[in-house]
Design a protein around this ligand. Structure first.
Ligand code: GNR
Ligand code: NI
Length: 169
């Protein structure tokens, strides 16, 4: 089932997600809904927070258009190591039409569980590393605007607040 993606400034995007204690059938269904929602959007990643589900789950698929899909599921993710620095343009499905340069670690080592609850560790760089950091932020209620300077932040806030008001008309 495709779920509705929340847009900034929806207050649910600021909720801190809770750890997943067990991969129940309900949680697996949530993962499947998230995959369907992410591919339909389409997006490179999706955090459960973005569909109003406060659980520590995100998905990432950084495969190119002409490559086979490469879905990665992260449950209870933790970044255990960060190296280097990089700045690059980021978009977010909760900020439609917004793209801004954001500074991140260039490489990360992440520990998480998969859809079956099995633990794994992964070394990531490039877009995968950036997407992992972006998604982990969502689980802590941290958003793109929090990484921007005051000027850019105000421009983005005005743009999306105006759109949210228009949407209720
Ligand atoms: O689709 C998305 N693209 C993207 C591009 C650069 C850095 C991060 C991302 S994640 C984003 C999807 C999204 O909002 N995930 O939370
Ligand atoms: Ni996002």
């Amino acid at each position: 089932m495709i779920r509705k993606i929340l847009h900034y400034p929806d207050p649910r995007l600021r909720q801190k997600a809770e750890p997943v204690l067990e991969m129940t059938p309900e949680m697996k269904k949530l993962v499947d809904d998230m995959a369907e929602t992410m591919y339909a959007a389409p997006g490179v990643g999706l955090a459960a927070t973005q569909i109003g589900e406060p659980h520590r789950i995100f998905l990432v698929d950084v495969a190119g258009e002409d490559e086979p899909s490469d879905l990665r599921v992260f449950i209870n993710p933790e970044i255990v190591e960060r190296r280097g620095e990089c700045v690059g343009p980021e978009g977010c499905l909760s900020f439609p039409g917004v793209t801004e340069d954001i500074k991140r670690a260039a490489e990360v080592r992440v520990r998480a569980q998969d859809r079956d609850g099995k633990s794994f560790e992964l070394e990531a760089e490039g877009l995968l590393a950036v997407a992992i950091q972006h998604e982990l932020d969502h689980l802590d209620g941290v958003l793109m605007v929090d990484h921007m300077g005051m000027l850019k932040r105000r421009i983005v806030q005005r743009k999306l607040q105006k759109r949210a008001i228009e949407a209720t008309r």
